[in-house]
Design a binder for this molecule. Structure first.
Ligand code: GCW
Length: 716
């Protein structure tokens, strides 16, 4: 009997179809699962071998092709350097002797674009993946593999693409002890202690994943910076990572702690106008470039949330940034300077402070400076209007900063696809200088020919086996890369691509998944911060609701500062008669946001303080509407749970079960948000709940008493 059982088990494990084999999520969207037989047969005639040069990036591209073919078709492509035959995939730049005679229109593709073309060489039908530089070939190979992953025909190809932004970087808020600020996916993947001696193979997979979506840089360290990373022994570790990433077209950048000349250099000041300080930085930068010749540059957070900066010496942000920029310029490095500043001493609306400080500096930054601006003026809330700096500094390269990690959108467990949020920010019309000047357009238009452009995403990557803390958070990494490549791209097709690559090609699977993703961020908005509310999260770790919090040292740290609810009404008056934050936008935008009749309802309480009885678009009082939104949010999570249940058996069991359990956590936390928020706001408004909407399960004191001091990711 026992033997029979063993036999049965063996049989089972052999017979298990690949679609239900346990997957962990480690392979991300590069799973290269076996194709259906008809596609194998079809592609097998079209791709037989490949020819390529033997430079590192081309080798990386060829290795990826091999990996893809082995996974999808079950065999390796043979590398034949010279023999040309039908079905060859030819990789190379326009200078390659096989490609040059084709006279391909490569010129307009720039250094990173690519072209994929069906062509005839020596009478043989081949596919050419060509570019001006090797990295373009690598990008083309990933695109080619995606065609196969999504079952597209490979005959008569004529595809070309090029990134619209130059600097496409991840920002890791990773500390040197591997703690990740706002990280919900485990520890930092940089195992500093073992570097440079041991290079975890995971670094290569990280580089592959990034290259596959066009990311070309990574800031390894937290913006709340530690100067130690600039010490020689640490630079050796950084070099090891840079060497691993280089073939994938990824440059490394570091955060520079403004006070490093004092902490490391023993100087008495870090004043950017002090010649000794400038000389110290110049020497440090020269040293870095001796170790890492293609070092990308620095990212600096200065005079914000306790970080040192030029204001400590009564110097401007431009004076601070330019000192670094001058040291980096001879090496071709860039300096990314964050506009995320607000000051304890400044009583003005926090919404206005970055604009007030930076806008007057337009034109005062060196050419190799990018000012890095968060999508909204407060801080990565589930919904914010676009930052008024976009369009307001026409002579300064501005880059976008999005937060991929979900500090304010439910950490790793809540399913929230951020593509829709980012599309909303990118497609916002700044009206500067004129109608149609969307944020996307401004980002992609250099302020003068050749000037830098860019986008940064605060990474959600950690040591968890699935990289991002959840299967669905991988989609946010993916979407960030795609939008950094093309800020005019749309969230839905990106979600569709990701779903197909990540969950398989069955429309019965991808259909519901895309639908879940597309509604998911709005659900979070509804159950956390509906109708333009924001920053109501509990203090410090930002886990869970805390709309009642009012006792923190700085006014703008308190949720009550943001919602301003009282017996009469709710919302932050930022109109001309309030703080006039609307005055920082173009007049057309200000006229819309500032007018109660015209403001989009999604921003109602962001810009206006209204009585509880204020009639919203639905005809209901804002109080009733608020309750309805909270419940709508919870219901949307329940609907996602039902959708997911319907996919049981169609998805490999381990990933399916993980998502099911995370959705259950999200459901519980959505309810918590809804109940705690209603209990609090009701204690202020003293109004009854609209008919059919249940009272919170507990009283307000119960929710106030919930403490979660060990919630992950808190700043230290
Ligand atoms: O979102 C807030 C976070 C801080 C972060 C800061 C910033 C790195 O709560 O943890 O610090 O913004 O963007 O600098």
């Amino acid at each position: 009997m026992r033997r029979f059982l063993a036999f049965l088990l063996l049989l089972l494990s052999v017979a298990l179809p690949s679609a239900v084999r346990a997957e962990t999520g480690y392979d991300l969207w590069l799973r290269y699962q076996p194709l259906e037989q008809q596609w194998k047969d079809r592609y097998a005639r079209q791709v037989t071998h490949f020819t390529a040069a033997s430079r590192p990036t081309i080798i990386a591209a060829a290795n990826e092709l091999r990996r893809g073919f082995e996974g999808m078709l079950g065999y390796d492509l043979v590398w034949r350097e010279t023999v040309m035959g039908d079905g060859a995939v030819v990789l190379g730049t326009g200078k390659s002797p096989l490609i040059a005679p084709l006279g391909l229109p490569l010129a307009q593709l720039g250094p990173e674009g690519y072209l994929i073309r069906s062509a005839t060489i020596d009478g043989k039908r081949v596919t050419v993946i060509a570019a001006n530089q090797d990295v373009g070939v690598l990008y083309g190979v990933f695109r080619f593999l995606k065609l196969m992953q999504t079952r597209q025909p490979l005959d008569n190809l004529d595809i070309s693409d090029a990134p619209k932004l130059k600097v496409r970087v991840l920002n890791h808020w990773d500390n040197l002890d591997r703690y990740v600020e706002r990280g919900y996916a485990g520890q930092s993947i940089w195992d500093w202690q073992k570097l440079p001696g041991y290079k975890d193979p995971r670094y290569t997979d990280y580089a592959r994943a990034n290259a596959s979506i066009g990311i070309n840089g990574t800031v390894l360290t937290n913006v709340n910076a530690n100067a130690d990373v600039l010490r020689p022994e640490w630079l050796e570790k950084v070099k090891a990572l840079a060497d691993t990433f280089r073939p994938y077209g990824i440059k490394v950048y570091l955060t520079a702690r403004f006070s490093a000349p004092i902490e490391l250099g023993g100087l008495r000041t870090a004043d950017p106008l002090d010649p000794q300080v400038a000389a110290w930085w110049k020497a440090k930068v020269d040293e870095i470039y001796r170790v890492i010749p293609d070092f990308g540059g620095f990212l600096v957070k200065a005079n914000s949330e306790g970080q040192p900066g030029p204001a400590d010496y009564k110097r401007s942000h431009a004076e601070g940034a330019n000192m670094f920029a001058d040291a980096l310029a001879p090496h071709g490095g860039v300096l990314m300077w964050r506009a995320f500043v607000y000051a304890a001493e400044n009583p003005d609306d926090r919404h206005k402070q970055a604009y007030a400080e930076f806008q007057p500096l337009d034109g005062k930054f060196r050419d190799n400076v990018l000012v890095q601006v968060k999508n909204g003026a407060i801080d990565f809330q589930p919904r914010e209007p676009f930052h008024p700096l976009f369009g307001s500094m026409p002579r300064t390269p501005l880059m976008m900063e999005f937060q991929i990690t979900k500090e304010y959108l439910g950490f790793a467990t809540h399913l929230a696809y951020l593509g829709t949020m980012w599309e909303e920010a990118l497609q916002a019309d700044t009206f500067r200088p004129a109608k149609g000047s969307t944020v996307a357009k401004l980002l992609a238009t250099p302020v003068e020919p050749g000037a830098a452009t860019g986008m940064a995403g605060v990474a959600n990557i950690g040591s968890d086996i699935n990289w991002s803390g959840s299967q669905f958070d991988q989609a946010n990494w993916y979407a960030f890369g795609r939008l950094a490549w093309d800020p005019d791209a749309r969230a839905e097709p990106i979600a569709r691509d990701w779903a197909t690559l990540t969950w398989g090609n069955d429309p019965a699977v991808t259909g519901p998944i895309v639908q879940m993703m597309m509604g998911s961020r709005e659900a979070v908005v509804d159950y956390m911060t509906p109708l333009g509310l924001g920053h109501l999260m509990a203090t410090g770790h930002h886990y869970g609701p805390g709309p009642w919090i009012s006792d923190l040292a700085r006014p703008e740290w308190n949720p009550v500062y943001y919602h301003k609810a009282d017996a009469r009404g709710i919302g932050f008056d930022r109109t001309a008669t309030g703080t006039n934050a609307v005055g920082q936008y173009a007049p057309q935008v200000a006229a819309q946001f500032g007018d109660l009749k015209r403001v989009p309802e999604k921003f109602l309480l962001w810009f206006h303080h209204v009585p509880w009885t204020y009639r919203t678009a639905s005809g209901r009082a804002v109080w009733d509407e608020l309750i309805i939104r909270y419940d709508r949010g919870v219901a949307a999570v329940q609907a996602m749970q039902a959708d997911w249940d319907g996919l049981k058996g169609k998805i490999d069991p381990r990933r399916w079960a993980e998502v099911r359990d995370f959705l259950a956590i999200q459901r519980g936390e959505a309810q918590w948000w809804r109940d705690a928020s209603i209990a609090y706001f009701q204690s202020v408004s003293k109004r009854p709940l609209p008919a059919g909407h249940a009272a919170p399960a507990h009283d307000l004191e119960y929710y106030k008493a919930i403490k979660t001091p060990y919630a992950p990711g808190n700043g230290k």
